[in-house]
Design a binder for this molecule. Structure first.
Ligand code: AMP
Length: 492
């Protein structure tokens, strides 16, 4: 996933606002954080493994001077969780520095590697972002925007980018707009005594971060668009390719903050409506509805509303634990869940529960949640999931790259119900998701649900997370990475 944020704040340092912006995007990636700033002449970059508040603390921010900044938080989809792979990436290009923050995942990594001096260049990091940065820096034009125009036609996959050179912050969204990116501003205003943060422009993965940073959202950056922000100037827009929006629907189901807006839809409201649709599609006799906290809460509220059942909180979540799934190893994930969630015995004992969550990926967390609730005395556990079963891996920015990791790709709904130990299990249909969003199917990428990949994914190691750690290695077997034929999609 990853969160990206960029700001141009004339007359004042941009590091603070960029740090605040990316702090509001922490849910998009918790492995590493980083910031790059420019004073109009020199770039400075600071990055490390860890959470934003740990990496960008107030002792470091004052030394990051200049009115231009980009910031990033990482959730790995290509390359391991090592310091070198933290972002923004940094490279010199004909005497000038360039920094890049990326949200997404490229699918033709091998092909791009071959373009770099015939594939001989050794990269310091093993991410597709490092590769993209090297391609931009190597471009003979020596100009960041021209380099983008030259390089992007060869780049396939998902990319929302925040780029910094000495004079500009540049936002880029791939022609399918798989990942979100919005433009925001802080209007100059008379009652700002110090004139600070006035007339600022920002780019952000999500609208909520623009709100938190004190700005207003101007618009979504369009698929296939480059937006150039320069001190004291209005943004300049270049449409580098025709756009054909296929926003990741999982952003609206799970990933984005509930207070963000995507495609004009508020994410809390969208999820609540998914819960209402789920109650209509899959009713069940029960005593109460409860969410899997936190992300299941809006859909659980909708389910309660749609079903007329009472809504209660049947579990508490340790607010200091991150999202379990986001931590890269299975071992860490398994340990994570009990640290994160505890059942409320008083609420669930003796009750028939409808437990609402937004998704099942591997099934391991869900299984533990059901066991915890039964141990706390629940008499029945009916699981209701406000998205369809995830049958297919995502190659555009979510770390589910092998089908065998996805329980729904190897098990039927009844088998999943037995594995997680629920009394009943239902998923929301694609038609139900679309009904809740009140938008047409073609606006979204539904590939993880129906196998309809908007950008073809080559059957080789280009789809392998560690492709750049073993670029000469044997391709991963076709069986492991097989993308199944698209299933029939019910259009709303
Ligand atoms: P599991 O039962 O192990 O499949 O985990 C399901 C839980 O993972 C649900 O509560 C989801 O909210 C959460 N989840 C789904 N996708 C992701 C993701 N990409 N990163 C982190 N958590 C996720």
């Amino acid at each position: 996933m990853c969160g990206i944020f960029g700001a141009v704040t004339p007359g004042t340092d941009a590091a603070g606002i960029a740090a605040l912006g990316v702090f509001s995007l922490q849910h998009r990636g918790q492995e590493s954080a980083g910031i790059a700033v420019s004073d109009g002449d020199q770039l400075m970059l600071y990055k490390d493994l860890g959470l934003i508040a740990q990496v960008l603390d107030e002792r470091k921010l004052p030394s990051l001077r200049g009115p231009l900044a980009i910031a990033h938080c990482r959730y790995s989809t290509t390359g391991s969780t090592i310091w070198e792979n933290a972002q923004p990436t940094f490279r010199m290009s004909r005497g000038k520095a360039l920094a890049v923050g990326h949200n997404g995942n490229l699918v033709n990594t091998r092909e791009l590697l071959a373009r770099l001096e015939g594939g001989k260049t050794r990269l310091p990091a093993t991410t597709d972002t490092e590769l993209l940065t090297a391609l931009l820096a190597d471009d003979p034009s020596g100009d960041t925007v021209q380099a983008l125009l030259n390089v992007l036609p060869h780049v396939k996959g998902a990319y929302s980018l925040a780029i910094l050179d000495d004079k500009r912050v540049i936002g880029v969204r791939d022609p399918f707009g798989f990942r979100p990116l919005v433009l925001g501003r802080i209007e100059p205003h008379d009652d700002d005594p110090e004139g600070k943060r006035s007339g600022a422009w920002m780019i952000s993965s999500e609208s909520a971060a623009i709100d938190v940073a004190g700005g207003t959202v101007v618009r979504d950056i369009a698929p296939g668009e480059i937006v150039i922000l320069e001190e004291g100037k209005e943004p300049v827009s270049i449409q580098f390719a025709p756009g054909n929006e296929k926003l990741c629907v999982f952003e609206l189901i799970y990933f984005g903050r509930p207070d963000s807006y995507m495609l004009g839809r508020n994410l809390y409201e969208s999820r609540r409506r998914m819960g209402v649709a789920l109650a209509a599609e899959s009713p069940v006799a029960a005593d109460m509805v409860m969410p899997v906290p936190d992300t299941g809460a809006p859909a659980a509220a909708g389910y309660a509303e749609g079903s007329g059942l009472h809504y209660r909180e049947g579990m508490v979540r340790n607010r200091y634990s991150g999202r379990t799934f986001i931590q890269p190893s299975q071992h860490m994930r398994q340990r994570g869940v009990t640290v994160k969630l505890s059942p409320l015995r008083e609420v669930v004992a003796g009750k028939r529960l409808v437990v609402v969550d937004d998704s099942i990926v591997r099934g391991t967390t869900t299984r533990q949640i059901v066991a915890l609730l039964r141990k706390a005395g629940a008499t029945e556990v009916h699981l209701r999931i406000s998205s369809p079963p995830i049958h297919h891996p995502c190659f555009y920015g979510i770390d589910t790259q092998i089908e065998t990791e996805l329980i729904a790709s190897t098990h039927s709904v009844d088998e999943i119900r037995d594995f997680v130990g629920a009394d009943s299990l239902s998923f929301l249909s694609i038609a139900g998701v679309l009904q809740a969003l009140d938008l047409p199917y073609d606006k979204f990428c539904f590939a993880c649900f129906d196998g309809n990949y908007p950008v073809p994914v080559p059957y080789d190691t280009a789809r392998h997370k560690f492709v750049l750690e073993d670029p000469d290695g044997e391709p991963v077997s076709r069986g492991e990475l097989r993308a199944a034929a698209p299933t029939e999609v019910p259009h709303a």
